[in-house]
Design a binder for this molecule. Structure first.
Ligand code: PFF
Length: 445
């Protein structure tokens, strides 16, 4: 079959999925809020023992199922019980995440364009500009959301090899180059060493249960888990490929980029004497003000930074729709073009609802139980559907798939101690950790 990834194509595409707004926007602001070093350390442990475990789980199901999420679960289950098809619910998660992710990418596209000629000189001006964009400027938001959604649809229409693999082959190296450029610039600043200390010298005073759960949640989101994305990409990976090594590479690239983004952003913030704990507004409010003080160079850095975010985001966005596409193509036996139209219009319309729910004009109609539609979609996916899918995946592999089959698949590529550790984690440790995360998100603990 032609429509399969090459090994390097898979690593780049899975890394493209993993590396996104989660790394460059979210990781630095959460690390900043929880005081830096100690949070980074906990995050690394969460990636290695929990995130990577679930990543390998999705990879082994996909590579051996060689089909969409639903069919892959049934194919590799011990009983071949058709009820495992229900695991396919997770393909809906990707579409919902994509709707608001596309809106946020739209904001960033706006920042790419406006950063060419104007950068706010004060935090109040930057805050007002951001607020005005998301709550008043519906026309611009619709145009940007349409541009992003259109690009995603255009890329995925071409399929795995010609669409997804190719775009990652182009955008991932470009993203790497921009980040290296920004890192070199950050390195020349006096504040670089302060950023290094902030990120690597642990101060456990700001660490509490919430920090642990934030690290765990971030480890899941950043590795694109619980959406069937890694599973679906792995289903296009030739059966003999070493999925264990590939998974380690992807987690390593993803983690390196989060750390590099943190070093760049904290160097910039400390250089300007700005606080590290500005929250979600950090890249939209704090950074533009800093860039404005650097003259023409500031504009170049601002545009490069926001372009890097768009590149990282687009390669993640295409990965969110792919599980649903493959599901529709195989279960309903329709063409890729038809599936793309169905899934594309679903996430596009949901995105418009999300976008309008943040505007002053439509907020009232689109707010339910005190939360606007954008926040509801975010909450339902990251806090409920993704953890449930991850728990299901672990319990499935740990208790409903023949251990011999898994052993055989893993031992072709790694030592028995790696397999035994993974098997222990997937049966006993990870499901419990995610249940705690889920209960906490639901306000039960
Ligand atoms: N991993 C992406 C990020 O860090 O921005 C987000 C993501 C991509 C989540 C793909 C889920 C997904 F299926």
């Amino acid at each position: 079959m032609v429509n399969k990834f090459s090994r390097i194509g898979f690593i780049l595409a899975a890394a493209g999925s993993a590396v996104g707004l989660g790394n460059i926007w979210k990781f630095p602001y959460i690390a900043g809020e929880y005081g830096g070093g100690a949070f980074v350390l906990i995050y690394l442990v969460a990636i290695l023992f929990i995130g990577l475990t679930v990543f390998l789980a999705e990879a082994v199901i996909g590579q051996n199922g060689q089909a969409n999420v639903s069919t892959s679960f049934v194919v590799i289950s011990k009983s071949k019980n058709p009820n495992w098809k229900l695991a396919g619910f997770m393909v809906a998660t990707g579409l919902i995440v994509l709707s608001f992710y596309s809106v946020v990418l739209g904001w960033i596209l706006n920042y790419v364009i406006t950063s060419f000629d104007t950068l706010p000189t004060k935090a109040e001006i930057a805050g007002a500009k951001f607020e005005n964009l998301i709550s008043n400027d519906i026309g611009s938001l619709l145009i940007y959301h349409t541009l992003i959604a259109g690009s995603v649809v255009f890329i995925v229409l071409k399929g795995i090899k010609e669409g997804i693999e190719k775009i990652n082959l182009i955008l991932m190296p470009l993203l790497g180059l921009i980040l290296i450029g920004l890192l070199i610039y950050a390195f020349t600043l006096d504040s670089f060493s302060q950023a290094v200390s902030f990120m690597f010298i642990p101060d456990f005073s700001k660490i509490d249960g919430n920090a642990l759960l934030a690290a765990l949640g971030q480890a899941f989101f950043t590795l694109s888990l619980g959406v069937g994305t890694i599973l679906t990409y792995s289903a296009s990976l030739p059966k003999k490929t070493n999925f264990v090594k590939s998974s380690f590479y992807v987690a390593a690239v993803d983690t390196t980029i989060a750390i590099v983004a943190g070093l760049i952003i904290f160097s910039f913030l400390f250089e300007a004497g700005a606080p590290s704990s500005a929250g979600p507004g950090l890249v939209f409010i704090s950074l533009p003000v800093i860039f404005s003080g650097w003259g023409i160079l500031g504009h170049i850095i601002a545009v490069s930074f926001f372009v890097a975010l768009v590149f990282a985001g687009i390669t993640s966005a295409v990965s969110m729709i792919e599980p649903a596409l493959r599901f529709f193509i195989e279960i309903f036996k329709i063409t890729r073009a038809k599936a793309t139209i169905i899934c594309g219009s679903t996430f596009y319309i949901l995105g418009i609802v999300a976008l309008l729910s943040m505007s002053k004009t439509y907020a009232d109609e689109l707010t339910f139980f005190g939360k606007n539609a954008f926040d509801i979609m975010d909450f339902m996916t990251s806090s409920v559907m993704m953890p449930i899918a991850a728990i299901l995946t672990c319990v499935f592999l740990g208790y409903f798939v023949d251990k011999k089959l898994l052993e055989e698949k893993f031992l072709a590529h790694c030592s028995s101690s790696v397999f035994n550790t993974w098997y222990f984690l997937i049966r006993f440790v990870v499901p419990i950790a995610i249940v705690i995360l889920l209960l906490n998100k639901l306000g039960a603990i």
